[in-house]
Ligand binder design. Structure first.
Ligand SMILES: Nc1ncnc2c1ncn2[C@@H]1O[C@H](COP(=O)(O)OP(=O)(O)OP(=O)(O)O)[C@@H](O)[C@H]1O
Length: 276
């Protein structure tokens, strides 16, 4: 166990005072998160989250609005320093050696500003060069990624002028250019049209089939049930259930199980003014 540090490059503690001791990380997992905590002022966004994402799995993270999914994924990918807890990616401590670990990670963050005064082609190229890749490989892969995401025709347009779905796709292309082994994607299908979504699903399935690991957060239970083999359900900063999709849904649909776990369905007698 380590102490929390101001320097994000250093390890952080796994057990805040008074919380139960967490199990050691699974060093064989693609992603092993232990006892993550994050507080924003009076709001405790994540309260001791522990997750094990098996290598080679397609892992879904689901939960209601404000459950702590983005905060958890941000801490699990080195974008946000946890107050407490540890993150291991493919057996390596993320917060102890972030530069080395991030080389193996591809991240699609939610709501993070892109360099949107670049064209789509420039943005993907920049992502590759930033990773230290040689220019010829970057040029070749950028062309292939633009094609795969159906953005070749818009490659010369500024990202600021892209639609929401196009922006999502160019950010995803930028996350893939260095051929990471673990992909963490926050809401990758949000605002994406059905044809593009099917193409992205194919890309991700092939990635998993070749030994990669994908973690996606999504609100679309049907999609998670069809696409993922493992799932975690989070609410109020807690992990309520995790495991294989079949184990978690235990005979119900994932959507029914989600509602059962999370609660909150209300037949409202309010909003009378809407029913005139
Ligand atoms: N930077 C921040 N400052 C203050 N509060 C924050 C911040 N980021 C998140 N929160 C709060 O933390 C909680 C968890 O937010 P988070 O964005 O992680 O949820 P989420 O599960 O991703 O939600 P959604 O499904 O709506 O995207 C919420 O109560 C949110 O208001």
């Amino acid at each position: 166990m380590h102490e929390a540090q101001d320097d994000g490059a250093r390890a952080v503690s796994t057990t805040p005072e008074g919380s139960p001791t967490v199990a050691p990380p699974d060093l064989g997992a693609a992603l092993s998160v232990r006892g993550l905590w994050k507080r924003f002022g009076d709001t405790v966004a994540v309260q001791g989250a522990s997750l094990d994402v098996p290598a080679g799995s397609f892992y879904g993270l689901v939960g209601p609005n404000g459950a702590g999914k983005t905060t958890t994924l941000s801490m699990a990918t080195g974008l946000l320093r946890p107050d407490h807890g540890s993150v291991h990616v493919l057996g390596e401590d993320l917060w102890a050696s972030p530069d080395a670990v991030k080389r193996r990670l591809g991240v699609l963050p939610d709501g993070v500003r892109l360099f949107d005064r670049l064209t789509g082609r420039e943005l993907v190229t920049y992502a590759g060069l930033l990773r230290g890749m040689d220019r010829a490989t970057v040029v070749e892969r950028t062309d292939e990624l633009l094609e795969a995401f159906d953005l070749t025709g818009d490659a010369g347009k500024l990202v600021v002028d892209y639609s929401a779905g196009m922006t999502k796709k160019i950010a995803l292309a930028s996350a893939l250019i260095h051929a990471p082994r673990v992909l963490v994607l926050d809401e990758p299908f949000e605002a994406v049209d059905p044809v593009s979504a099917a193409n992205i699903r194919d890309i991700l399935r092939n990635f998993v089939a070749s030994g990669g690991t994908v973690v996606v957060s999504s609100h679309v239970m049907d999609l998670v049930q069809r696409m993922c083999d493992h799932v975690a359900v989070v609410a109020n900063g807690f992990v309520l259930a995790q495991g294989t999709v079949d184990d978690v849904r235990s005979g119900s649909s994932l959507e029914d199980r989600f509602v059962e776990l999370v609660g909150g369905r209300q037949v409202s007698e309010g909003l009378q003014w809407l029913r005139s």
